[in-house]
Design a protein around this ligand. Structure first.
Ligand SMILES: [Mn+2]
Length: 250
């Protein structure tokens, strides 16, 4: 038997880049008061940052057994997967949080490593919901939308989408000839990847129809979540305060 009240409880909540901030993730989900009817969409970059890579992925795997979760692929998730799978440890990865993920996985059981490889392998490049809202870690470049993207790595490495909307003349609207065609494919686009702390913000930022949910959890910012219908925002404490003995990525 359905009640209108039950329907109201069904929320779609998007969550920004975690970067192994397991303590912040727990705090954030407590503050949201996640219910079994909720749908959670994670924008990727679960790892590379603080010391809790293993705990973070374990927690997400556990969460997905009771809650409807969508896990998108971030560039850091691919880098960790490449290391777990093929032993690749690129210097650029090690310098940007890879070292912390490597230590977190050192000494873990084969069973755990296999389960986590399964998690990284299962990640999706993007998610499109029934209201034409696009969720993707970094962006896309094809004017006609994600189905036409030539290079799938763009979904988790691109920065041009965010740079474009930040530099957009706010006096021109979607009807204007110069309005970027890329943006018109979707009602809203939710991304992470480029921390808004770079433009001195600590809350999710809206530019044109693009919401950037990466509030710098790997650096000096909090971890953020938002109800995509009501635009209610929840945040953890600044993540570095939960890991006082660590340097993080700074
Ligand atoms: Mn990223």
């Amino acid at each position: 038997m359905w009640h209108f009240y039950d329907f109201c409880l069904m929320r779609t909540i998007v969550i920004g880049d975690i970067h192994s901030g397991y303590l912040a993730l727990k705090q954030l989900l407590e503050r949201i008061g996640v219910e079994k009817e909720d749908k959670l969409i994670f924008l990727g970059d679960y790892v590379d940052g603080w010391s809790s890579a293993v705990e973070t992925v374990d927690y997400l795997l556990d969460l997905s057994t009771t809650i409807d979760c969508v896990f998108l692929r971030g560039n850091h998730d691919e880098l960790v997967y490449d290391w777990l799978k093929d032993g690749l440890d690129k210097p650029m990865w090690l310098a940007h949080g890879g070292e912390a993920s490597k230590s977190s996985y050192t000494g873990q059981s084969d069973k755990l490593i296999e389960a986590h490889k399964g998690f990284y392998k299962s990640l999706q490049n993007y998610h499109l919901d029934d209201k034409n809202r696009l969720f993707v870690h970094a962006g896309f470049t094809n004017l006609n939308g994600v189905e036409f993207e030539y290079f799938s790595k763009m979904f988790y490495w691109d920065r041009t989408l965010w740079e474009m909307v930040l530099g957009l003349d706010t006096t021109i609207g979607p009807q204007h000839a110069l309005y970027p065609k890329r943006l018109k494919n979707y009602l809203e686009i939710y991304i992470g990847h480029t921390p808004v702390t770079r433009i001195n913000k600590t809350k999710p930022v809206l530019a044109a129809n693009v919401w950037n949910m990466d509030t710098g959890a790997a650096f000096k910012g909090p971890l953020s979540a938002m109800d995509v219908d009501s635009k209610t925002i929840w945040q953890s404490d600044p993540v570095y305060q939960l890991y006082p003995k660590e340097r993080g990525r700074n």
